[in-house]
Design a protein around this ligand. Sequence first.
Ligand SMILES: [Zn+2]
Length: 271
Amino acid sequence: MPELPEVETVRRGLEKKILHATLRGVTLRRPDLRFPIPPALGNLQNTRLNALRRRAKYLLMDFDNGQTVLVHLGMSGRLVFADAATPPAKHDHVLFHFDGEDVRFNDARRFGVADMYPTVQEHTVPALAALGPEPLTDAFDGKYLLTSLKGKKSAIKTAIMDNTVVVGVGNIYASESLFRAGILPARAAGKLTRAQTDKLAGCIKDVLTEAIAAGGSSLKDYVQTDGSLGYFAHRFRVYGRDGQLCTVCGTSIRKVIIGQRSTFFCPVCQK
Ligand SMILES: [Zn+2]
């Protein structure tokens, strides 16, 4: 599943090619993905793309007619550039016809989302309204994290993956951040000290920034994500490394299930 760094990489790739381009039309090749697609999205035409934003793992395209198109890649979604003359591929469900070039939303498993709303009403969009702060902004720091975890009995790993606490910390980056911060993933979230939340907030920022930089440096003239993490995977210190040796202390990395998700940690480096 694409995580925040991959979605940010897609956003940057799209921005490079289609920011300020004119959308000539949209073809909806099916009425729904995970949810119904508003039919009005299919009527969008002759409007310029003013901005391409990301909120959590949502891509937001602001058009100069006052509408915002929201795309979530779900489990398997990809946004692919294609020549307008090329016939759509299997699972190309929504075709955005920009001048001279299509951006096609391909989603084999159809867990993705395509929606549209007036930009000025963004604060009323349910999917966006309840979201916590972006991890790479100043609003997210150790002080904020300590406050938002107060009284929480859930595991710290589960807590930082909760979108109302902070957005965009997926399963992989949660394990990696906790390893760097030296905190056991099963620790009760509400028991962390201010020193620990300072450290953890910093490590979350570092891990995500490095992953985005790795994605950005491999970004060429295309934009697509298949959900694979090839470009950052070789830097994982614990994720997927159960049974291998900790790069810091040489102890075997362990795997446990927390909140139904695979979790990796070093039993010596993390307390
Ligand atoms: Zn270790």
